[in-house]
Ligand binder design. Structure first.
Ligand code: CA
Length: 218
């Protein structure tokens, strides 16, 4: 899951980025509204965490532009304590959820998982296919009820494929869901992760569509 954080407070932004990475999200962080508006218009993110008081372009205006482009990614706004008017205006402008500062990182991660789940049209928190079950909250994977050890990136690849089961994920989409801007993928890293996943989950679990991408067929 690729998350964009837009927050101008350096300490808070850094804390959110580190915390969400530890929770397994691929995270990018921008500090002003204009840069974020450009990034959102040109790149695919799964989730947006948006501060409202931002330099150059206010969070509320950014949100209106985003929805004006009919971009439907879930948005969680960060508001100041007791700013009820901000919460209402934000939700009415197209935000899906809010958190009041100071932010509890575990609560933020759980809310983002819930938003991702609802966006995908799923009520159940677990992702499964055949006898493979993935729990995004505990970050555990089992095959036929037996735990399987996955690296953080193998987990992220499997998570993206299971969340999109029946659809083909391109290489760029998969890479986007496992790397932020700071860590550039090396050229065959994705193939290596897929190779390891097949060893652990069965050779047929993930299909390659040559020149297109990968899929877990429904
Ligand atoms: Ca701010």
């Amino acid at each position: 899951m690729r998350v964009l954080i837009v927050e101008d407070d350096p300490q808070l932004g850094d804390g959110l980025m580190v915390g969400l990475r530890q929770s397994g999200f691929a995270v990018d962080w921008l500090k002003d509204g204009e840069a974020a508006d450009r990034a959102l218009a040109s790149e695919d993110f799964d989730l947006l965490v948006l501060d409202l008081g931002l330099p150059k372009l206010a969070g509320m205006e950014l949100l209106r532009r985003l929805r004006g482009r009919e971009q439907d990614l879930p948005v969680l706004i960060l508001t100041a304590r007791d700013a009820t008017a901000d919460k209402i205006a934000g939700l009415d402008a197209g935000a899906d959820d809010y958190l009041v500062k100071p932010i509890d990182i575990d609560e933020l991660a759980a809310r983002l998982r819930a938003l991702a789940r609802r966006t995908a049209g799923r009520a159940a928190p677990l992702l499964s296919h055949g006898d493979v079950i993935l729990d995004p909250a505990s970050r555990r994977v089992t095959v036929a009820d037996l735990p399987v050890e996955l690296s953080a990136r193998e987990f992220a690849v499997l998570h993206a494929l299971l969340a999109n089961a029946g659809r083909v994920m391109t290489r760029a989409q998969l890479e986007g869901s496992i790397y932020g801007w700071r860590d550039e993928p090396d050229s065959n890293a994705l193939e290596v992760h897929i190779h390891h996943l097949r060893k652990k989950l069965g050779a047929e679990f993930i299909k390659t569509l040559r020149g297109v991408g990968y899929t877990i067929p429904k």
